[in-house]
Design a protein around this ligand. Structure first.
Ligand code: KG4
Ligand code: ZN
Length: 407
C-alpha cells in the first residue's frame, strides 16, 4: 500500500554491510556486502577490518538497494540505522552514513536496536507480529528469551545465556573440528550426515533448580573439545558428522525446550525465533515439531533474513514511523553495548524521561524491565583465556560500554 512508510535501513554492527528498503511490511530491497572472507583466516571478526570494509561498501550498497527497490532516496519517509549493540567502530560507520543521508535529504533518522530488529524482520515474512511477541533470539553475540508487548518500545528479557552465546558455541566447536569460520553453517551441513544421538553431550542449566529461562553453552563447548581431544590422543579418527550432529542437538534441544516453557508460563501461543542461529536447519525442524506438539504457532523468517541484514533494520524503522514514534536527533550515538530494553535511541538532545516515568516515545523504551541482576548476556564471568582469538561475539559482550557521539 502506497500510504505505508517507505524506510531504508542500514546495518553495520558486525561484518555485514546491510541496506534494506521496506514499505510497511513489504520487502523491496535487501542488499548485502559481507567482509566475512577477510576475517576467515583470523578465525573471527577483526573490528578494524570490518569498519574499513563497511566504509568502502556503504555508498555502493545503498545505491544498489535503491535501484533494486526502484525508488528514489527523495521518496523515503525515514532512514533507520542500527545504533547498537555491536562493534563500536563498525556501528559508527553505519550511524554516520545514516546521519549524512538523513541530513542531506531532510528525512527523519531512527537509531534502533539490532536485537529488536532481528525480531521485527519477521513482519516482512509473516505479517504483523502478535502482541505480546515471545521471541527466542539466538545469534553470534546473544542468546535471549524476550517478551515484547510492543516491538517499538517495550522488550523485556526473561532470560539469557550466562556465558557463551549459541552462535559463539557453534563457531568455537567448528574451530575445534577444523571447519573454518563462521562455524554455524558448516556444523549445520556436516550434522546432516551424522547421528544426533551418537554422543551424549551435556544440556546446560536444565536441572530442576536451574534458572528457568537462562542458557549456558560454555560447558557444552568444553565437553566437545575434551571429547575430540581424547579421540585424537588415542590416535582414533574423529567422526566429524556425529560430533557436529550431537553438539547441535544439545544446543537446539535446550533452546527449544526453554522457549516453549516460556510460552507456556506466560500464556503466549506463538513463538518467534530470530538471529543468525535461527538459520540452523535442525533448530527450525525441532522447534516446529515441539511447537506443533504444544499447540504453539512458530514464526521463523527465511534463513537470509535471520542472519544480519539491512531489511530487519528497515522493518523496525517502518514500524516506528507507522506508530508515530519520535525520530532520533542528529547527535544520535552509536552504543556498542546498547541493552536489549532500549529499542530505540533518541539521541543526546532528546529530553530524558522523568525518573517517575510517564514519558512517551523513545524514552519509554529506557529502563530495565524483567531480567534483574542478569541483564541480557551480560554475565560473562567465565574465563575465556584459551578463546582469546575469537570473534565478534566476544567483542559484543566484552567491549567496555562505550558511547560515542558524532554529529
Ligand atoms: O545474527 P548474526 O548474523 O550476527 C550476530 O548478530 O551475531 O549471527 C551470526 C551467528 C554466527 O555465530 C554463525 O555461526 C551463526 O549465527 N549461524 C548459524 C547458522 N548460520 C549462521 N548457526 C547455526 N546454524 C546455522 N545454519
Ligand atoms: Zn545479529
Amino acid at each position: 500500500m502506497a500510504d505505508e512508510p517507505l524506510v531504508l535501513g542500514i546495518e553495520t554492527s558486525c561484518d555485514e554491510t546491510g541496506v534494506g528498503i521496506v514499505r510497511g511490511h513489504t520487502l523491496l530491497a535487501d542488499a548485502i556486502a559481507s567482509s566475512v572472507d577477510e576475517h576467515a583466516r583470523y578465525g573471527g571478526v577483526v573490528p578494524e577490518v570490518a569498519s574499513r570494509a563497511h566504509l568502502e561498501a556503504m555508498v555502493p550498497t545503498i545505491q544498489r538497494a535503491l535501484k533494486q527497490a526502484g525508488v528514489s532516496a527523495r521518496d523515503l519517509d525515514g532512514i533507520a540505522v542500527t545504533a547498537g549493540p555491536g562493534l563500536a567502530g563498525a556501528l559508527l560507520v553505519g550511524v554516520s552514513a545514516a546521519k549524512a543521508y538523513a541530513y542531506a535529504l531532510g528525512k527523519p533518522l531512527y537509531g534502533v536496536n539490532h536485537l529488536a530488529s532481528h525480531i521485527c524482520v519477521d513482519q516482512l515474512e509473516h505479517g504483523a507480529l502478535p502482541e505480546p511477541t515471545m521471541a527466542l533470539l539466538v545469534s553470534g553475540g546473544h542468546s535471549s528469551l524476550l517478551l515484547a508487548p510492543d516491538i517499538t518500545g517495550d522488550v523485556r528479557p526473561l532470560g539469557a545465556t550466562i556465558d557463551d552465546a549459541a552462535g559463539e558455541a557453534f563457531d568455537k566447536v567448528a574451530r575445534v573440528l577444523g571447519l573454518g569460520f563462521p562455524g554455524g553453517p558448516a556444523i549445520d551441513r556436516h550434522a546432516r550426515e551424522g547421528d544426533p544421538a551418537a554422543i551424549a553431550f551435556p544440556r546446560g542449566l536444565t536441572g530442576g533448580r536451574d534458572a528457568r529461562y537462562d542458557f549456558s553453552f560454555s560447558g557444552l563447548k568444553t565437553a566437545v573439545a575434551r571429547w575430540v581431544e581424547s579421540r585424537r590422543r588415542e590416535g582414533r579418527e574423529v567422526p566429524i558428522a556425529d560430533v557436529a550432529a550431537s553438539f547441535q542437538e544439545a544446543v537446539v534441544d535446550v533452546l527449544t525446550r526453554k522457549a516453549i516453557r516460556a510460552c507456556r508460563d506466560n500464556g503466549v501461543d506463538h513463538l518467534m525465533i530470530g538471529g543468525g542461529v535461527a538459520a540452523n536447519s535442525r533448530l527450525r525442524s525441532l522447534a516446529q515439531e515441539r511447537c506443533d506438539d504444544a499447540g504453539i504457532l512458530l514464526r521463523v523468517p527465511r534463513p537470509g533474513l535471520c542472519t544480519d541484514n539491512g531489511a530487519m533494520v528497515a522493518a523496525l524503522g517502518a514500524e516506528m514511523v507507522a506508530r508515530g514514534r519520535p525520530a532520533s536527533t542528529l547527535d544520535l550515538p552509536a552504543d556498542s553495548s546498547l541493552p536489549v530494553t532500549e529499542v530505540s535511541v533518541p539521541g543526546h538532545t532528546h529530553e530524558e524521561p522523568s525518573p517517575k516515568g510517564g514519558s512517551a516515545g523513545g524514552g519509554s523504551a529506557r529502563g530495565g524491565q524483567a531480567g534483574g541482576a542478569h541483564g541480557p548476556d551480560s554475565a560473562h564471568g567465565n574465563d575465556h583465556a584459551h578463546d582469546h582469538a575469537h570473534s565478534h561475539a566476544h567483542d559484543h559482550d566484552h567491549i567496555r560500554r562505550q558511547t560515542t557521539s558524532i554529529s
